[in-house]
Design a protein around this ligand. Structure first.
Ligand SMILES: *Cc1c(COP(=O)(O)O)cnc(C)c1O
Length: 372
Protein backbone atom coordinates (compact mmCIF):
# COMPACT_ATOMS: atom_id res chain seq x y z
CA UNK A 1 0.00 0.00 0.00
CA UNK A 2 1.18 3.51 -0.77
CA UNK A 3 2.66 5.07 2.35
CA UNK A 4 1.37 8.52 3.33
CA UNK A 5 3.05 10.63 5.97
CA UNK A 6 0.47 12.34 8.16
CA UNK A 7 1.88 15.31 10.06
CA UNK A 8 -1.60 16.38 11.22
CA UNK A 9 -2.57 15.83 14.89
CA UNK A 10 -4.33 12.51 14.19
CA UNK A 11 -5.38 10.25 12.69
CA UNK A 12 -1.81 9.05 12.42
CA UNK A 13 0.20 7.14 9.85
CA UNK A 14 -0.39 3.43 10.59
CA UNK A 15 1.63 0.31 9.84
CA UNK A 16 0.46 -2.04 7.09
CA UNK A 17 0.04 -4.80 9.68
CA UNK A 18 -2.48 -2.64 11.56
CA UNK A 19 -4.32 -1.83 8.34
CA UNK A 20 -4.45 -5.50 7.41
CA UNK A 21 -5.63 -6.60 10.85
CA UNK A 22 -9.03 -5.17 9.93
CA UNK A 23 -9.57 -7.85 7.32
CA UNK A 24 -11.06 -10.71 9.29
CA UNK A 25 -13.84 -13.22 8.72
CA UNK A 26 -17.25 -11.74 9.56
CA UNK A 27 -18.06 -12.20 13.22
CA UNK A 28 -20.89 -11.20 15.51
CA UNK A 29 -19.32 -9.21 18.37
CA UNK A 30 -21.43 -11.10 20.91
CA UNK A 31 -19.30 -14.23 20.35
CA UNK A 32 -16.89 -15.35 23.09
CA UNK A 33 -13.96 -14.91 20.71
CA UNK A 34 -14.71 -11.21 20.43
CA UNK A 35 -15.39 -10.83 24.16
CA UNK A 36 -11.90 -12.25 24.80
CA UNK A 37 -10.36 -9.62 22.52
CA UNK A 38 -12.21 -6.86 24.36
CA UNK A 39 -10.93 -8.20 27.67
CA UNK A 40 -7.33 -8.23 26.44
CA UNK A 41 -7.66 -4.67 25.11
CA UNK A 42 -9.29 -3.31 28.26
CA UNK A 43 -6.50 -4.64 30.47
CA UNK A 44 -3.78 -3.45 28.09
CA UNK A 45 -5.21 0.07 28.01
CA UNK A 46 -4.83 0.27 31.79
CA UNK A 47 -1.30 -1.20 31.65
CA UNK A 48 -0.15 1.40 29.11
CA UNK A 49 -0.54 4.08 31.79
CA UNK A 50 0.82 1.73 34.48
CA UNK A 51 -2.49 1.51 36.29
CA UNK A 52 -3.11 -1.21 38.85
CA UNK A 53 -5.90 -3.43 37.51
CA UNK A 54 -7.45 -3.66 40.97
CA UNK A 55 -7.93 0.10 41.11
CA UNK A 56 -8.26 1.21 37.50
CA UNK A 57 -10.34 0.04 34.60
CA UNK A 58 -10.92 1.09 31.03
CA UNK A 59 -14.20 1.72 29.25
CA UNK A 60 -14.42 1.88 25.47
CA UNK A 61 -16.81 3.90 23.37
CA UNK A 62 -17.55 3.93 19.69
CA UNK A 63 -16.63 7.41 18.48
CA UNK A 64 -13.81 9.90 18.08
CA UNK A 65 -11.82 11.30 21.02
CA UNK A 66 -14.36 13.98 21.81
CA UNK A 67 -16.82 11.32 22.93
CA UNK A 68 -14.62 10.63 25.98
CA UNK A 69 -14.55 14.32 26.92
CA UNK A 70 -18.34 14.30 26.64
CA UNK A 71 -18.69 11.09 28.69
CA UNK A 72 -16.41 12.21 31.53
CA UNK A 73 -18.02 15.63 31.85
CA UNK A 74 -21.62 14.49 31.69
CA UNK A 75 -21.17 11.38 33.85
CA UNK A 76 -18.78 12.37 36.62
CA UNK A 77 -20.51 15.48 37.95
CA UNK A 78 -22.45 14.80 41.12
CA UNK A 79 -25.64 16.66 41.99
CA UNK A 80 -24.72 20.06 43.54
CA UNK A 81 -21.18 19.74 42.17
CA UNK A 82 -19.37 22.08 39.80
CA UNK A 83 -16.70 21.64 37.14
CA UNK A 84 -13.49 23.66 37.04
CA UNK A 85 -11.89 23.76 33.60
CA UNK A 86 -8.23 24.75 33.58
CA UNK A 87 -8.18 26.20 30.09
CA UNK A 88 -5.25 27.38 28.00
CA UNK A 89 -6.32 26.30 24.56
CA UNK A 90 -8.74 24.93 22.00
CA UNK A 91 -9.33 21.49 23.52
CA UNK A 92 -10.11 22.76 27.01
CA UNK A 93 -12.39 25.30 25.35
CA UNK A 94 -14.17 22.37 23.71
CA UNK A 95 -14.71 20.93 27.21
CA UNK A 96 -16.30 24.22 28.25
CA UNK A 97 -18.56 24.00 25.19
CA UNK A 98 -19.63 20.49 26.23
CA UNK A 99 -20.58 21.89 29.66
CA UNK A 100 -22.66 24.53 27.89
CA UNK A 101 -24.50 21.94 25.82
CA UNK A 102 -25.35 19.87 28.90
CA UNK A 103 -26.14 23.01 30.96
CA UNK A 104 -23.60 21.88 33.56
CA UNK A 105 -22.42 24.35 36.19
CA UNK A 106 -18.77 25.13 35.46
CA UNK A 107 -16.03 27.68 35.84
CA UNK A 108 -13.92 28.32 32.77
CA UNK A 109 -10.56 29.38 34.24
CA UNK A 110 -8.72 30.80 31.25
CA UNK A 111 -5.02 31.32 30.78
CA UNK A 112 -3.14 32.59 27.73
CA UNK A 113 -2.67 29.95 25.02
CA UNK A 114 1.11 30.30 25.23
CA UNK A 115 1.37 30.24 29.04
CA UNK A 116 1.24 27.45 31.61
CA UNK A 117 -1.75 27.59 33.97
CA UNK A 118 -0.98 29.38 37.23
CA UNK A 119 -1.44 26.90 40.09
CA UNK A 120 -1.93 29.73 42.63
CA UNK A 121 -4.93 30.97 40.68
CA UNK A 122 -6.29 27.43 40.46
CA UNK A 123 -5.97 27.05 44.22
CA UNK A 124 -7.69 30.40 44.85
CA UNK A 125 -10.67 29.26 42.80
CA UNK A 126 -10.80 25.88 44.55
CA UNK A 127 -10.68 27.61 47.93
CA UNK A 128 -13.43 30.02 47.03
CA UNK A 129 -15.71 27.47 45.37
CA UNK A 130 -16.02 24.51 47.69
CA UNK A 131 -18.74 23.11 45.41
CA UNK A 132 -16.15 22.22 42.73
CA UNK A 133 -16.22 18.43 42.53
CA UNK A 134 -14.43 17.88 39.21
CA UNK A 135 -11.28 19.51 37.87
CA UNK A 136 -10.65 19.10 34.16
CA UNK A 137 -7.69 19.96 31.96
CA UNK A 138 -5.83 18.93 28.81
CA UNK A 139 -2.41 17.29 29.06
CA UNK A 140 -0.88 18.23 25.73
CA UNK A 141 -3.01 21.08 24.40
CA UNK A 142 -2.95 19.86 20.80
CA UNK A 143 -4.03 23.28 19.55
CA UNK A 144 -0.56 24.63 20.37
CA UNK A 145 1.57 21.75 21.69
CA UNK A 146 1.97 23.08 25.25
CA UNK A 147 2.32 20.47 28.02
CA UNK A 148 0.29 21.25 31.11
CA UNK A 149 1.51 20.42 34.65
CA UNK A 150 -1.08 17.77 35.42
CA UNK A 151 0.67 16.34 38.48
CA UNK A 152 0.46 19.70 40.28
CA UNK A 153 -3.09 20.43 39.13
CA UNK A 154 -4.13 16.91 40.17
CA UNK A 155 -2.59 17.34 43.61
CA UNK A 156 -4.61 20.54 44.08
CA UNK A 157 -7.81 18.89 42.86
CA UNK A 158 -7.36 16.09 45.38
CA UNK A 159 -6.43 18.46 48.19
CA UNK A 160 -9.82 20.12 47.69
CA UNK A 161 -11.71 16.85 47.33
CA UNK A 162 -12.34 16.96 43.58
CA UNK A 163 -12.07 14.28 40.90
CA UNK A 164 -9.28 15.01 38.40
CA UNK A 165 -10.02 14.34 34.73
CA UNK A 166 -7.34 14.87 32.10
CA UNK A 167 -7.66 14.79 28.35
CA UNK A 168 -4.56 12.80 27.42
CA UNK A 169 -5.71 12.18 23.85
CA UNK A 170 -2.50 13.59 22.39
CA UNK A 171 -0.04 12.08 24.87
CA UNK A 172 -1.43 8.62 25.69
CA UNK A 173 0.83 5.85 24.33
CA UNK A 174 3.36 8.46 23.19
CA UNK A 175 4.69 10.31 26.24
CA UNK A 176 5.05 7.83 29.10
CA UNK A 177 2.32 8.40 31.72
CA UNK A 178 2.00 6.88 35.18
CA UNK A 179 -1.65 7.50 36.01
CA UNK A 180 -1.24 7.22 39.77
CA UNK A 181 1.95 9.30 40.07
CA UNK A 182 0.36 12.00 37.91
CA UNK A 183 -2.61 12.22 40.33
CA UNK A 184 -5.01 11.41 37.50
CA UNK A 185 -8.38 9.83 38.27
CA UNK A 186 -9.51 9.67 34.64
CA UNK A 187 -7.63 10.00 31.41
CA UNK A 188 -8.68 9.30 27.85
CA UNK A 189 -7.57 8.86 24.26
CA UNK A 190 -8.68 7.53 20.92
CA UNK A 191 -7.18 4.63 19.02
CA UNK A 192 -6.10 6.76 16.07
CA UNK A 193 -3.51 8.87 17.92
CA UNK A 194 -0.75 7.45 20.13
CA UNK A 195 -1.79 3.86 19.55
CA UNK A 196 -1.51 4.35 15.77
CA UNK A 197 -4.68 2.37 15.14
CA UNK A 198 -7.85 3.24 13.24
CA UNK A 199 -10.46 5.92 13.83
CA UNK A 200 -13.79 5.07 15.43
CA UNK A 201 -12.93 3.85 18.91
CA UNK A 202 -12.01 5.83 22.02
CA UNK A 203 -11.51 4.95 25.65
CA UNK A 204 -11.37 6.23 29.20
CA UNK A 205 -8.98 4.83 31.81
CA UNK A 206 -10.00 5.63 35.34
CA UNK A 207 -10.77 4.69 38.92
CA UNK A 208 -13.29 1.89 39.34
CA UNK A 209 -14.43 3.18 42.74
CA UNK A 210 -15.37 6.58 41.31
CA UNK A 211 -17.25 5.00 38.41
CA UNK A 212 -19.17 2.88 40.93
CA UNK A 213 -19.90 6.01 42.94
CA UNK A 214 -21.09 7.82 39.80
CA UNK A 215 -24.01 5.39 39.59
CA UNK A 216 -25.74 7.78 41.99
CA UNK A 217 -24.90 10.93 39.99
CA UNK A 218 -27.52 12.54 37.77
CA UNK A 219 -27.69 10.89 34.33
CA UNK A 220 -27.50 13.37 31.47
CA UNK A 221 -26.94 11.16 28.46
CA UNK A 222 -28.00 7.69 27.45
CA UNK A 223 -25.46 6.58 24.85
CA UNK A 224 -22.62 8.48 26.54
CA UNK A 225 -23.07 7.45 30.16
CA UNK A 226 -19.89 6.14 31.77
CA UNK A 227 -21.45 3.99 34.47
CA UNK A 228 -23.88 2.32 32.09
CA UNK A 229 -21.14 1.36 29.64
CA UNK A 230 -18.82 0.22 32.47
CA UNK A 231 -21.51 -1.84 34.10
CA UNK A 232 -22.28 -3.58 30.81
CA UNK A 233 -18.60 -4.33 30.25
CA UNK A 234 -18.30 -5.75 33.77
CA UNK A 235 -21.34 -7.95 33.35
CA UNK A 236 -21.06 -9.03 29.71
CA UNK A 237 -17.46 -8.22 28.76
CA UNK A 238 -18.47 -6.06 25.85
CA UNK A 239 -19.84 -2.73 24.73
CA UNK A 240 -23.47 -2.07 25.44
CA UNK A 241 -24.18 -1.40 21.78
CA UNK A 242 -22.55 -2.56 18.56
CA UNK A 243 -18.78 -1.99 18.59
CA UNK A 244 -16.78 -1.05 15.48
CA UNK A 245 -15.73 -4.68 14.96
CA UNK A 246 -12.92 -4.36 12.40
CA UNK A 247 -11.55 -1.27 14.16
CA UNK A 248 -11.25 -3.32 17.33
CA UNK A 249 -9.14 -5.95 15.52
CA UNK A 250 -6.84 -3.21 14.26
CA UNK A 251 -6.60 -1.78 17.76
CA UNK A 252 -5.58 -5.12 19.20
CA UNK A 253 -2.83 -5.38 16.59
CA UNK A 254 -1.70 -1.80 17.29
CA UNK A 255 -1.50 -2.50 21.03
CA UNK A 256 0.65 -5.58 20.36
CA UNK A 257 2.93 -3.44 18.22
CA UNK A 258 3.01 -0.82 20.97
CA UNK A 259 4.31 -3.33 23.51
CA UNK A 260 6.71 -4.85 20.95
CA UNK A 261 8.25 -1.44 20.25
CA UNK A 262 8.29 -0.59 23.96
CA UNK A 263 7.16 2.51 25.82
CA UNK A 264 10.60 4.10 26.05
CA UNK A 265 11.76 3.23 22.51
CA UNK A 266 8.52 4.62 21.08
CA UNK A 267 8.88 7.83 23.04
CA UNK A 268 12.49 8.14 21.85
CA UNK A 269 11.26 7.76 18.28
CA UNK A 270 8.64 10.48 18.69
CA UNK A 271 11.32 12.71 20.21
CA UNK A 272 13.62 12.05 17.21
CA UNK A 273 10.81 13.03 14.87
CA UNK A 274 10.09 16.12 16.94
CA UNK A 275 13.78 17.14 16.89
CA UNK A 276 13.89 16.65 13.12
CA UNK A 277 10.79 18.85 12.76
CA UNK A 278 12.40 21.61 14.79
CA UNK A 279 15.66 21.32 12.93
CA UNK A 280 14.02 21.39 9.51
CA UNK A 281 11.89 24.37 10.46
CA UNK A 282 14.75 26.41 11.85
CA UNK A 283 16.91 25.70 8.78
CA UNK A 284 14.18 27.34 6.70
CA UNK A 285 13.87 30.24 9.13
CA UNK A 286 10.49 29.29 10.65
CA UNK A 287 9.78 30.06 14.30
CA UNK A 288 7.29 28.51 16.74
CA UNK A 289 4.78 29.97 19.18
CA UNK A 290 5.32 27.99 22.38
CA UNK A 291 8.47 28.24 24.48
CA UNK A 292 10.55 25.21 23.58
CA UNK A 293 10.86 23.87 27.15
CA UNK A 294 7.06 23.90 27.52
CA UNK A 295 6.36 21.88 24.39
CA UNK A 296 5.05 18.36 24.95
CA UNK A 297 7.27 17.02 22.18
CA UNK A 298 4.47 16.10 19.78
CA UNK A 299 3.08 19.22 18.12
CA UNK A 300 4.94 22.24 16.72
CA UNK A 301 2.84 25.32 16.02
CA UNK A 302 4.39 27.57 13.40
CA UNK A 303 3.29 31.13 12.60
CA UNK A 304 2.80 31.96 8.93
CA UNK A 305 5.83 33.80 7.56
CA UNK A 306 5.33 37.40 6.51
CA UNK A 307 5.76 36.95 2.80
CA UNK A 308 3.27 37.96 0.12
CA UNK A 309 3.87 34.67 -1.70
CA UNK A 310 3.11 32.45 1.32
CA UNK A 311 -0.19 30.62 1.01
CA UNK A 312 -0.94 27.81 3.43
CA UNK A 313 -3.63 26.14 1.32
CA UNK A 314 -1.34 26.03 -1.70
CA UNK A 315 1.48 24.66 0.41
CA UNK A 316 -0.85 22.04 1.86
CA UNK A 317 -1.83 20.92 -1.64
CA UNK A 318 1.76 20.90 -2.85
CA UNK A 319 2.80 18.64 0.06
CA UNK A 320 -0.32 16.50 -0.13
CA UNK A 321 0.25 15.68 -3.78
CA UNK A 322 3.69 14.44 -2.75
CA UNK A 323 2.46 12.24 0.11
CA UNK A 324 2.72 14.58 3.11
CA UNK A 325 -0.19 16.05 5.06
CA UNK A 326 0.25 19.29 7.00
CA UNK A 327 -2.44 20.90 9.13
CA UNK A 328 -3.76 24.37 9.99
CA UNK A 329 -3.38 25.82 13.48
CA UNK A 330 -6.05 26.20 16.14
CA UNK A 331 -5.30 29.51 17.82
CA UNK A 332 -8.00 32.08 17.24
CA UNK A 333 -6.65 35.39 16.04
CA UNK A 334 -3.22 34.04 15.05
CA UNK A 335 -2.41 32.43 11.72
CA UNK A 336 -0.45 29.26 12.28
CA UNK A 337 0.02 25.74 10.97
CA UNK A 338 0.97 22.58 12.81
CA UNK A 339 3.40 19.73 12.31
CA UNK A 340 3.02 16.69 14.56
CA UNK A 341 5.30 13.86 15.62
CA UNK A 342 2.74 11.11 16.13
CA UNK A 343 2.28 7.98 14.03
CA UNK A 344 4.40 5.23 12.52
CA UNK A 345 7.03 7.57 11.13
CA UNK A 346 10.70 8.27 11.85
CA UNK A 347 13.23 11.02 11.24
CA UNK A 348 13.96 9.99 7.63
CA UNK A 349 10.33 10.77 6.82
CA UNK A 350 10.81 14.24 8.22
CA UNK A 351 13.99 14.77 6.19
CA UNK A 352 12.05 13.73 3.08
CA UNK A 353 9.23 16.10 4.07
CA UNK A 354 11.53 19.11 4.37
CA UNK A 355 12.90 18.49 0.87
CA UNK A 356 9.32 18.79 -0.35
CA UNK A 357 8.51 21.81 1.82
CA UNK A 358 11.62 23.62 0.64
CA UNK A 359 10.85 22.87 -3.01
CA UNK A 360 7.31 24.12 -2.34
CA UNK A 361 8.59 27.40 -0.92
CA UNK A 362 10.86 27.89 -3.94
CA UNK A 363 8.00 26.99 -6.28
CA UNK A 364 5.74 29.57 -4.62
CA UNK A 365 8.45 32.22 -4.65
CA UNK A 366 8.70 32.53 -0.87
CA UNK A 367 12.06 33.89 0.36
CA UNK A 368 14.32 31.39 2.14
CA UNK A 369 15.03 31.76 4.99
CA UNK A 370 11.44 32.82 5.58
CA UNK A 371 10.95 36.20 7.24
CA UNK A 372 8.70 37.49 10.01
C1 LIG B 1 -7.60 14.72 18.92
C2 LIG B 1 -7.96 15.23 20.24
C3 LIG B 1 -9.26 15.07 20.74
C4 LIG B 1 -10.36 14.38 19.96
O1 LIG B 1 -10.68 15.03 18.79
P1 LIG B 1 -11.66 14.32 17.72
O2 LIG B 1 -11.83 15.39 16.71
O3 LIG B 1 -12.89 13.93 18.40
O4 LIG B 1 -10.88 13.17 17.19
C5 LIG B 1 -9.52 15.50 22.01
N1 LIG B 1 -8.59 16.10 22.75
C6 LIG B 1 -7.33 16.29 22.32
C7 LIG B 1 -6.34 16.94 23.21
C8 LIG B 1 -6.98 15.86 21.04
O5 LIG B 1 -5.72 16.03 20.61
Amino acid sequence: MERKILLNPGPATTTDTVKQAQIVPDICPRETEFVEIMKEIRNDLVKIVHGDLETYTSVLFCGSGTICMDVCLNSLLKADGKILIVNNGAYSSRAAEICEYYHLPYIDLRFAFDELPDCHKIEEVLKEHKEISLVYTTHNETGTGILNPIRQIGALAHQYGAIFVVDTTSTYAMRPIDIEKENVDFCMASAQKGLMAMTGISFIVGKKAIIEESKAFPTRSYYCNLYMQYQYFEEHGEMHFTPPVQTVYAMRQAIREYFAEGEQAKWERHKRVFEALHQGLSELGFTDVIKREWQAGLVVTVPYPKDEHWNFEKMHDYCYERGFTIYPGKISGTETFRLCALGAIDEEDIHAFFKVLKAGLIDMGVNIPVTY
